[in-house]
Design a protein around this ligand. Structure first.
Ligand SMILES: CC(C)(COP(=O)(O)OP(=O)(O)OC[C@H]1O[C@@H](n2cnc3c(N)ncnc32)[C@H](O)[C@@H]1OP(=O)(O)O)[C@@H](O)C(=O)NCCC(=O)NCCS
Length: 373
């Protein structure tokens, strides 16, 4: 078995960003309009009035201050409240592939590799563009890689699952180098009319290049010391969008096939699941948790990350030990932990250990323990 490393990373960030205040102003206009249109029914007690949202609540409950978005105008228009994207022909990259290509090219450049040296592409993400052909195969085509590609969806934990698949392929020699690409247009699956979750998600794409340690030439390489995955069934985060929706009798409303969650329950149940995964995995590798220099955690909720890092480290985590990107990006699903890694890995000294950890619906969680070379 070959020793394996992450030799490059890339990030695509959409050009437009929406602040909490902008999002809340649009949501509250929608609420005012709804309540005015339904004033008679509300007065008769047959319709429940909608409650306004607030920026203070969003920051306090989640730590989110803004989010990038592929289409700001559509999301903020109270009559639309969803991103509006250009319909594309079959002979041009779909939106997710276009975003993934930008991240993948950056990952290759940072690793000093050409596309032709890669012979597997894994697109690992939550929010798929379509059923098939696989986005990974389209991305492989436009990038100019050989070999093979496949898509995989393990919700917000997808990138960690993709890394394990890539590490196994490279270690066993079934691929020379593997790109793990996580493009997410989470705003396309978010109900911007639901006060409980309208602030949660943002859009972005990431990429990681995995290759054998002994032949990697990048200046900043991270050896993969181990990966560990866990899943445990839960209905507390669901997205029921699928091709059978139109066949179901009785049919579902449009807002029943978008993202929904029981946020409190998720918080309570995922913190112990992830903390135990990390402590167990580090213990198995003979690494004292308190010695870990950095945790690149999934970015869904600031309080949740704080608690997980505290449980694992045994002390209050500094911002340097568990960096935060969700304030600027919100929850970008599978891309979140990789964005944290991409932005905050340059300063690790040779020999220092960091852990990339992704978690989310399923439940699903993955730990990738890395050592800077
Ligand atoms: C979603 C989340 C931010 C909500 O925070 P919370 O503290 O649990 O908030 P709750 O949903 O319990 O709501 C608390 C109160 O604020 C209200 N509220 C909800 N959304 C609001 C909004 N946008 N503005 C103002 N008030 C709001 C609720 O109605 C509730 O009011 P009540 O106490 O009168 O009933 C939080 O639970 C979370 O992030 N959980 C983890 C989710 C996660 O990691 N998911 C993974 C997805 S991949």
């Amino acid at each position: 078995m070959k020793r394996v490393c992450i030799s490059g990373s890339g990030l695509f960030t959409p050009a437009e960003s929406i602040s909490n205040d902008e999002l809340v102003a649009s949501f509250n206009r929608y609420v005012e309009n709804f309540n005015a249109e339904n004033a008679t029914a509300i007065a008769a007690g047959t319709v429940t009035p909608l409650q306004p949202s607030s920026s203070e609540f969003i920051v306090k409950a989640s730590g989110i201050k803004a989010r990038y978005c592929v289409n700001k105008a559509g999301v903020l228009d109270p009559a639309v409240m969803r991103p509006q994207i250009r319909k594309r022909g079959d002979d041009e990259p779909c939106l997710l592939v276009e975003m993934g290509l930008a991240a993948a090219r950056q990952a290759l450049a940072s690793a000093g590799r050409e596309a032709g040296e890669v012979d597997a592409v894994v697109v690992a993400c939550s929010n798929m563009q379509r059923a098939y052909p696989a986005m990974a195969v389209e991305l492989q085509h436009y990038l100019g890689c050989g070999g093979f590609g496949f898509d995989m969806n393990v919700a917000c934990a997808s990138a960690a699952f993709g890394v394990q698949a890539a590490v196994d392929a490279v270690a066993r020699g079934s691929a020379r180098a593997v790109l793990v690409v996580s493009p997410e247009v989470c705003t396309g699956h978010l109900n911007f009319r639901n006060r409980d979750c309208h602030f949660i998600f943002g859009d972005a794409a990431t990429a990681l290049l995995i290759e054998p340690l002994e032949t990697a030439t990048a200046a900043k390489r991270f050896e993969v010391l181990g990966t560990r995955l866990v899943t445990q069934f839960s209905n507390n985060i669901r997205n029921d969008f699928g091709f059978l929706n139109v066949s179901e009798q009785p049919g579902r409303r449009w807002d029943e096939i978008l993202f929904r969650q029981e946020g409190r329950k998720v918080f309570k149940e995922v913190v112990p699941l992830v903390s135990e995964l990390l402590v167990g995995h580090l213990g198995e590798l003979g690494i004292v948790p308190a010695s870990v220099r950095r945790f690149w955690l999934h970015q869904a909720n600031l309080g949740m990350n704080h608690l997980i890092a505290k449980r694992v480290l045994g002390h209050e985590p500094g911002i340097d030990e568990a960096p935060v990107i969700l304030d600027e990006y919100a929850n970008t699903s599978s891309a979140g932990s990789v964005i944290a890694f991409h932005k905050y890995h340059q300063d690790l000294e040779p020999g220092q250990v960091g852990v990339l950890c992704a978690f989310g619906a399923g439940y699903s969680a993955g730990s990738v323990v890395l050592r800077r070379l």
